[in-house]
Design a protein around this ligand. Structure first.
Ligand SMILES: NC(=O)c1ccc[n+]([C@@H]2O[C@H](COP(=O)([O-])OP(=O)(O)OC[C@H]3O[C@@H](n4cnc5c(N)ncnc54)[C@H](OP(=O)(O)O)[C@@H]3O)[C@@H](O)[C@H]2O)c1
Length: 323
């Protein structure tokens, strides 16, 4: 048996409780990680509320999409890792637990100098940003990149990686603290959406790639600020999923409209992403150019507090639970 944070029923942060659950059994290509830290992400909040079910084969009661820790057991066909290796990993659920089972191809080594807490804050946002911004969005050096919600976990990662790969990054935020934070990560302009209209601010400049999780009222504005051959990428639609599209604008500007959800993608696809991230992003982490943004580290028993913080608008970067 092991300790885990369990969603006892759909509801507020208080439904997250520590319980004893069965240890996950590993297969021939899996490793068992003793979790030292687990990242907290917005989708965990949606899952807790009952709006984001776990994919088949994943325990729906235990949230958590990313972990860092030590490999304590491995399947007989695992050659890439050894017992005792320090790794971080993407998981499709179950991260808020003392141990997780992970497919070996979804782990990455923790670079020297990085703590378990820092490493645990990386996989979910780096995999999501790599897939959407660099593979789907094909962001290139010199292009203008707009990140909506730049101070969150995904947003702060997108700003840093966009700037590191040579793009000019713009973002939307809701306070001067968030503006300062995003500018410290490499954004050249942070637009406060409470007081300013991003369409007015960016329409003369033009934007090549937009990463949006807002949808709804932002859709038409996004279309209007995109340059010819621009790419509009959706990873959520928090302000509404149904929008109206003027197809003439799409054709005239040759806009590419895309989006994705990471969690339900198959094992092979996630391994491809892992391999590309290891080659393209990990060297920047090792060199210290790309840094995790820890807002707060809490003991795992404070998971309800972590979710309250996540739902509070002051968050800058990531929250991590320490085991
Ligand atoms: N598709 C995928 O594979 C995938 C994977 C991971 C996450 N996601 C999604 O990506 C989104 C971000 O996740 P996260 O973990 O980074 O969440 P997060 O840390 O809570 O970040 C969300 C950010 O959006 C900002 N925001 C809220 N309303 C906004 C608006 N109208 N305009 C601009 N910004 C706004 C929030 O700050 P303020 O409220 O202060 O503005 C916050 O900084 C979530 O919707 C999540 O479900 C998708």
């Amino acid at each position: 048996m092991m300790k885990a944070i369990v969603i006892t029923e759909p509801g507020g942060p208080e439904v997250l409780q520590v319980q004893e659950v069965n240890l996950p059994q590993i297969g021939e290509l899996d490793v068992r990680i003793e979790v030292k830290a687990a990242g907290v992400n917005r989708p965990d909040v949606f899952q807790r509320k009952g709006n984001y079910p776990a994919p088949p084969g994943v325990d729906p009661r235990i949230p958590g999409l990313e972990v860092a820790g030590v490999i304590v057991e491995k399947g007989k066909d695992v050659t890439e890792w050894n017992i005792g290796d320090r790794v971080c990993a993407l998981v499709a659920g179950g991260g808020y637990a003392a141990y997780v089972k992970v497919f070996n191809g979804h782990c990455l080594p923790i670079p020297d100098g990085l703590s378990f807490e820092e490493a645990a804050s990386l996989p979910e946002t780096v995999f999501t940003v790599w897939d959407n911004v660099f593979r789907r969005g094909q962001l290139k050096a010199g292009e203008h990149f707009l990140v909506h919600g730049g101070a969150g976990g995904i947003g702060s990662t997108a700003i840093q990686l966009g700037a590191l790969f040579g793009a000019e990054v713009y973002t939307t935020i809701s306070s001067s603290e968030k503006a300062d934070f995003c500018q410290s990560l490499g954004s050249i302009k942070a637009i406060n959406y409470k007081h300013q209209d991003f369409e007015n601010e960016l329409k003369f400049l033009g934007v090549d790639v937009i990463l949006d999780s807002i949808g709804g009222s932002y859709f038409e504005k996004n279309i209007n600020v995109l340059n010819p051959d621009g790419r509009l990428i959706y990873i959520n639609a928090m302000d509404g999923a149904k929008v109206t599209l003027n197809l003439l604008k799409l054709m005239q500007k040759r806009i590419r409209l895309t989006g994705s959800t990471l969690r339900a993608r198959d094992q092979e696809f996630k391994q491809v992403l892992r391999n590309e991230i290891w080659i393209n992003v990990w060297p920047k982490l090792t060199a210290g150019n790309f840094k995790p943004n820890l807002f707060q580290v809490l003991p795992f028993t404070d998971a309800p507090e972590a979710h309250r913080l996540m739902e509070d608008s002051s968050l800058l970067g990531k929250i991590v639970l320490r085991f």
